[in-house]
Design a protein around this ligand. Structure first.
Ligand code: ZN
Length: 242
């Protein structure tokens, strides 16, 4: 078969669904998170911005537009990370985010798998958002998403990193693509809403295993009622899914 003798795994702390009712407090240290991967995405405690983990360095794009590196002792409520072991590499020219996403699913047998997407190169257009740091009492994720900061850039070099999750895992992750961006010069980044590739290298890494880690010591999580009824609609709204 296509993937004989190829296996890699992804690690996730927390679930996207936990953020929906406002479980924003960090529950795993960055130091512990980095034991499980060198690439990935996430958010910081209090939903303070968008994390972009590149080269084992946890950058945080804040709603002010500032990019800083998270300290080892800082905590994250939700993050997904992996060690790089790309399976497929190809060059993309002049593709929109939507076109690239469709092309990947048309060309690779990955629609029922979790896989990582890494894109490095030049983008003619990038549109991102960064959520604003929240304080208690926490609002819901959709309320926070209404207050996000938006950033746009043209003719910019950088890296896209993130994941695809099959539709049936909506809630555990964001169904479909969930991608973050960081400019090479660290001038701009965040949760991707849209982009257009000028010329870039695309790498895919399908996962045979997902390790889902829960914040077992967090009393608030243990007691929270995680209602699934409106989850799908709320995640789609908050994550900018079409
Ligand atoms: Zn995101």
């Amino acid at each position: 078969g296509y993937m004989e003798k190829y296996e890699s795994q992804v690690y996730q702390h927390g679930t996207l669904g936990m953020l929906v009712p406002g479980l924003f407090e960090g529950t795993l240290t960055v130091a512990e998170l980095l034991e499980h991967g060198e690439l990935g995405i996430g958010t910081a405690s209090g939903l303070d911005g968008e994390m972009v983990l590149l080269d084992h360095t946890p950058y945080l794009v804040q709603s002010t537009g500032e990019v800083r590196i998270l300290k080892p002792e800082e905590k994250v409520p939700f993050a997904t990370v992996h060690f790089e072991q790309a399976k497929d590499t190809f060059t993309a020219n002049g593709l929109t985010q939507k076109q690239l996403g469709e092309q990947i699913l048309a060309n690779y047998p990955y629609k029922n798998l979790f896989f990582a997407v890494k894109i490095t190169g030049r983008f003619s257009k990038v549109k991102t958002r960064a959520v604003e740091k929240q304080t208690r009492p926490y609002k819901t994720l959709t309320q926070v998403a209404d207050e996000q900061a938006l950033f746009e850039a043209e003719a910019i070099t950088g890296t896209v990193i993130g994941y695809f999750a099959p539709e049936m895992f909506q809630g555990m992750a964001a169904a479909g693509y969930h991608l973050h961006f960081l400019a090479d010069d660290k001038s701009m980044g965040g949760h991707l809403l849209d982009f257009e590739i000028e010329q870039a290298t695309v790498q895919l890494q399908p996962f045979a295993t997902i390790e889902q880690h829960f914040p077992m010591a967090d009393q608030e999580f243990l007691e929270k009622d995680l209602a699934i009824a409106d989850l799908h609609a709320q995640i789609k709204q908050a994550e900018g899914q079409n």
